[in-house]
Design a protein around this ligand. Structure first.
Ligand SMILES: C[S@@+](CC[C@H](N)C(=O)[O-])C[C@H]1O[C@@H](n2cnc3c(N)ncnc32)[C@H](O)[C@@H]1O
Length: 255
């Protein structure tokens, strides 16, 4: 069985990628939010707001935010919609801790006492604590390219979604011409240098740049969603394809 995957330009085992990605996020967790603002020139806020606008949550829904990191997506969803329960899931304890602190600071338990928030430390490839067919809406923002076994992660996402449940994915993608060359230059040459000067950390930012460069393009993401069984797939490029938002419905009609 081929259990090799990409870690930037390197080919590594799934386990090796999980460990190395974890080490990076443990290191950057305390300044992850500031770093996003600097490196994306604030654009990540715009992308995430557009993403949240496309996510449809009905009152009483059960939402799972996978690779929740410091909580940007589920915290926005909690303030704008009325789910009954949110699972905030990430394998990295330091990132989850930041998400827990932000949740407490926002006093969501007072403002939205009807929403139960559960934090869970788990890899997307192994969501064993989440029962089959239990989740109405699953979001995954800027986490998919960090996943070691992406097809296994998609199978787990499909498994936990209710029939007709929706999956929303936001991830870096392939930039369309004529902006691709300027963007690729910024990604490959500027990102690691900014990381070195602002955060004294070249390797994490080199990984960030390389992981974006080698990640799947829009067509490959759509094919992977189809292969797992998602239907009614829609994709939308933001900012000329720097990132792309994908939506798919879990078709379980044949079960
Ligand atoms: C770039 S952050 C994204 C955080 C947040 N979703 C956002 O949009 O700001 C990527 C997150 O993916 C998580 N991650 C890494 N490997 C993962 C895996 N195999 N399964 C699920 N999450 C993973 C990391 O721990 C990290 O918190």
């Amino acid at each position: 069985m081929n259990n090799q995957t990409d870690f930037g330009y390197e080919s590594v085992s799934y386990q090796d990628k999980q460990e190395r990605v974890s080490a990076i996020f443990s290191k950057v967790a305390p300044y992850y939010d500031k770093m996003n603002d600097f490196l994306s020139l604030g654009l990540h806020r715009y992308w995430k707001n557009k993403f949240i606008e496309s996510v449809k949550v009905a009152a009483g829904d059960i939402v799972l935010d996978l690779a929740c990191g410091s909580g940007d997506i589920f915290l926005k969803l909690a303030s704008k919609t009325e789910p009954s329960k949110i699972y905030a899931v990430d394998p990295n304890k330091e990132m989850l801790f930041v998400a827990q602190m932000r949740t407490a600071k926002l006093q969501l338990y007072k403002k939205k006492p009807q929403i139960e928030i559960n934090f869970l430390c788990a890899f997307g490839e192994n969501l064993t604590l989440i029962p089959d067919n239990s989740i109405s809406v699953l979001t995954l923002s800027f986490g998919f390219r960090n996943v070691a076994d992406r097809m296994q992660c998609l199978r787990e996402i499909y498994r936990v979604l209710k029939p007709e449940g929706h999956f929303y994915l936001l991830e870096f993608a392939k930039v369309q011409p004529p902006f691709d060359q300027a963007y690729n230059f910024y990604r490959d040459h500027c990102l690691p240098v900014i990381g070195k000067f602002l955060f004294n950390d070249t390797s994490s930012y080199q990984y960030l740049a390389d992981s974006i460069a080698v990640f799947w393009d829009q067509d490959k993401c759509i094919r992977a969603l189809q292969e797992v069984g998602f239907v009614d797939i829609v994709s939308q490029n933001y900012t000329n394809g720097i990132v792309c938002c994908y939506q798919g419905k879990a078709d379980k009609s044949s079960l």
